[in-house]
Design a protein. Structure first.
Length: 226
């Protein structure tokens, strides 16, 4: 378990301690934007591989026995995590690395961005949180907890960096969107527009979810249902 804990600390520290601090700016100045992304990608991959390998080798220490409602909740909510994931990679995403808001767009916030401006990170937060509830053992709490913590703090750090940069377009984008899913809609700053997400992305997310659900026991061991 010690190796898993160290791997989790390394994963969180390398993401938040580099990407979320002035060190990022210093590395970008020294290596250039592309050079920084290349170096950080290697570090992130090493951290992720170490985390997964340590999890596979960690002992099973049960903290609670997941009740059937918790497992059912995970099964029912996971499709939304897949929708966030699919939209993050198939639609314009100003908060992703190297992207910016379209300052000439009539509507600067569209599609999944109306729900949250960080769809990828919230996919990780939702996925990790549901897996913690549905597994109930210490190794899972450390693994998924480190991912959830990194994504949650990372989203606020990304927002803070863009606010400090004061680049064109970000002010309107932040005013019309929210980090927390659905908050801007509940506050009346935004509206839900399912048509902008589209049936193709929705169908793709459901198909991907169905595939992972079917293959889960073969790929990861535990059966989500049954």
């Amino acid at each position: 378990m010690d190796d898993l804990f160290l791997a989790a600390v390394f994963f969180v520290a390398t993401h938040l301690g580099i990407a979320g601090t002035p060190l990022r700016g210093a590395l970008v100045d020294k290596l250039g934007a592309n050079g920084y992304r290349a170096v950080f990608s290697v570090i992130a991959l090493v951290a992720l591989v170490w985390l997964i390998r340590a999890y596979d080798q960690a002992p099973f220490l049960e903290l609670w026995e997941p009740a059937a409602p918790l497992r059912l909740l995970a099964v029912l909510l996971m499709p939304f995590a897949f929708l966030l994931l699919v939209c993050a990679f198939t639609a314009p995403n100003p908060t992703a690395a190297g992207q910016q808001p379209d300052i000439y767009a009539a509507e600067p916030v569209q599609g999944i961005q109306r729900i949250t401006r960080h769809p990828l990170l919230w996919a990780v937060i939702l996925w990790g949180s549901l897996h913690i509830l549905a597994t109930g053992h210490l190794a899972a709490v450390i693994l998924f907890g480190s991912l959830v913590l990194t994504a949650a703090l990372g989203s606020t750090m990304i927002d803070r960096r863009h606010i400090q940069d004061s680049q064109p377009g970000w002010g309107v984008f932040f005013q019309r969107s929210s980090n927390l899913p659905f908050l801007a809609i509940l506050q009346g700053r935004q509206k839900l527009a399912p048509a902008e997400i589209g049936w193709l992305r929705t169908t793709g997310a459901l198909a991907l979810y169905g595939l992972v659900l079917f293959a889960h026991s073969f790929l990861f061991g535990p059966r989500p249902v049954g």
